[in-house]
Structures are given as C-alpha cells and as structure tokens.
Design a protein around this ligand. Structure first.
Ligand SMILES: *[C@@H]1O[C@H](CO)[C@@H](O)[C@H](O)[C@H]1NC(C)=O
Ligand SMILES: *[C@@H]1O[C@H](CO)[C@@H](O)[C@H](O)[C@H]1NC(C)=O
Length: 292
C-alpha cells in the first residue's frame, strides 16, 4: 500500500551502461559463491560504490522513488563499516537506509519513509510471476536506532494497484495490536496475519528470504544469523499473492495517535533512524532452487 508512484521506469534507459563491475575479477577477494540460482533483480552494492551513484540512473535501484521530495539518495544512504552480510561476501557492502524529518514522500505527512526499488522491477515484470525468492539481510545501527513504539514497514511486495502488500516485513508495535512483540521482526500476509516472527538482534546480521510461489499462492520463509546457511522456518504457507506489483526495501515509519496514518499523526522531531541492509536480491526459484 501507500506507494502511489506515477512512473517507476524512467530511469531504466541507460541502466545497463552504468553497470558497475559485478565481481568478475575486479575485486581482490574472489566471490564466495553462495548464490546458486539465476539472479532476477540484483541490489547488492559493490564495495566502494559512492552514494551519489544512486542519485541518477544506475544498475541497482530506481533513483526517483520512494523518498522525501527534497532529498537525494546520497542524503539518505550510508555505508556503515560493518562486516559484509552472508550474501555480500566477495565484493559487496552493506547499505543503510535512513529517515529524517525530511523523509516525506509526496503529500504523505504521516509517514517518514525511504524505500529502495530494484531498477529492473516493474508492476507486471518477472518479480510477479513464477516462483521467486527475495533475499535481504538486516543489521541494527545503535547510532540510528528505531523507536519500536512505532510501527515500521521495512520490506514488502506491493500490489500494482497499491491496494495491499502481499507480504510485509515489519517491526515495532503494529498499530491496533499488542505491544508485546514490538521487539520482533514480523512477516505478515496482506491481511496482517503473522506468518513468522523472530526477535530483533541488536548485534548480528539477520538473514531472511521469502519464496513467493505466485501460481500456488504459497510462501516459504528462511532465516539465519550471520554467516549461517539459511534454514526454512515456515514451508508452503498459504498466502494470497495476486495483484502483481513491486518490491520495496527500506523504512516506512508510521505515526502514532491517528486513524489516518498516511496523512496525519505524531512523529517525533529531529529523527535520525536507520536500517542497515545487505544481500539484497531476487532469484529464480523455479525447480525449487533457493540459495541458502
Ligand atoms: C564461504 O562461505 C562459507 C559458509 O557459507 C564459509 O564456510 C567459507 O569460509 C566462505 N569462504 C570464503 C572464501 O569466504
Ligand atoms: C518514541 O516514540 C514515542 C511515540 O511517538 C515518543 O513518545 C517517544 O518520545 C519516542 N522515543 C524516543 C526515544 O524518541
């Protein structure tokens, strides 16, 4: 929900030309080949990439969406000096998505948000059919801690008509729900039903993957910590994945004290929050292939 992007593919032309080297001998350390299936969307950030790389057409993410109206990605993205996450080993680095008081997208004054979209993703594209697995790793930044009194939407797949998110990776206190699991990451279906939940780890990398079987409307969830191989923690759950659309990865912080979360409510001032990401990619899981 909530994206209402007007046009997401403006930046596509020229993306291939701007492609950085992807580990073909330009890095001193050989890639640790943990990805074994065909990569459909690649959001892994090559080591040494400058923040300004994301301000204009580039091979990884949409430069125009989804962010504060007067911000550039180079204002939003940081590159913390943390160990590479499991699927970033061999030439890729962590990227932190931050939000501030300026993180107001369009007229959405209730939210503070910044979300990355894979440049090749499109509302009717390859991320919306067959069997695909989205991978992401997260790490917490003690300098930019999230305020878990609020509801956060961090990673999701949003239907093409923006009416729902088929899968939602969240943290904090979900509005209208108990605060008892506010310190947990939660994976919810489009109706807010919990599919998986695990405590946020304030020190280590947490690796997640979700296999979306669009024809069977089934979801399988994988999880591990640091460099441990992913393990299936939920298998073949039923979930309505219809409606096509796009992935988004970042932070969408909802306000408190309102029924109209898009437009109103409370957000504290002088916000400086971040979520560190690594190992962002979507692979083709036809024939059951999943990189663990
Ligand atoms: C590659 O990853 C595996 C675990 O997934 C690890 O045991 C191995 O040491 C890694 N190799 C390199 C060269 O980093
Ligand atoms: C966290 O959010 C709540 C609700 O908006 C606010 O009252 C509180 O001051 C915030 N805490 C911090 C540390 O910013």
């Amino acid at each position: 929900m909530y994206t209402q992007t007007l046009l997401t593919s403006i930046a596509f032309v020229g993306a291939a030309l701007a492609a950085p080297s992807r580990g073909h001998g330009h890095h001193s350390k050989a890639p640790n080949v943990t990805i074994k299936c065909p990569v459909v969307f690649d959001g892994r950030v090559p080591t040494g990439t400058a923040a300004t790389f994301f301000d204009t057409s580039n091979a990884l993410f949409n430069p125009d969406y989804v962010k504060g109206n007067n911000l550039k990605w180079s204002d939003i993205l940081k590159f913390p000096s943390v160990d590479a996450s499991r699927f970033d080993a061999g030439g890729y680095q962590a990227v932190e998505v931050t939000i501030s008081d300026k993180s107001i997208f369009q007229q959405q004054n209730g939210f503070r948000r910044a979300g990355l979209q894979f440049i090749q993703d499109s509302p009717q594209g390859p991320g919306t059919n067959g069997v695909k697995t989205l991978h992401w790793s997260v790490k917490q930044d003690p300098q930019r801690a999230l305020n878990l009194t609020h509801e956060y939407l961090n990673v999701w797949h949003e239907a093409a008509d923006y009416s729902a998110d088929q899968i939602q990776f969240q943290t904090g206190q979900i509005i209208g729900k108990s605060a008892s699991d506010k310190n947990n990451f939660k994976i919810l279906d489009r109706n807010g039903k919990s599919l998986y939940s695990v405590a946020m780890d304030m020190k280590n990398w947490q690796n997640f993957a979700v296999t979306l079987d669009y024809s069977k409307n089934q979801v399988t969830i994988y999880y591990s910590v640091n460099n441990d191989p992913l393990k299936a923690v939920k298998t073949g759950l039923s979930a309505d994945l219809s409606g096509q659309g796009q992935f988004q990865l970042g932070i969408l912080k909802k306000p408190t004290g309102t029924n109209d979360v898009v437009n109103s409510g409370y957000q504290e001032k002088n916000l400086n929050e971040g979520q560190i990401y690594g190992g962002l990619f979507v692979e083709d899981s036809a024939n059951g292939c999943v990189s663990l």
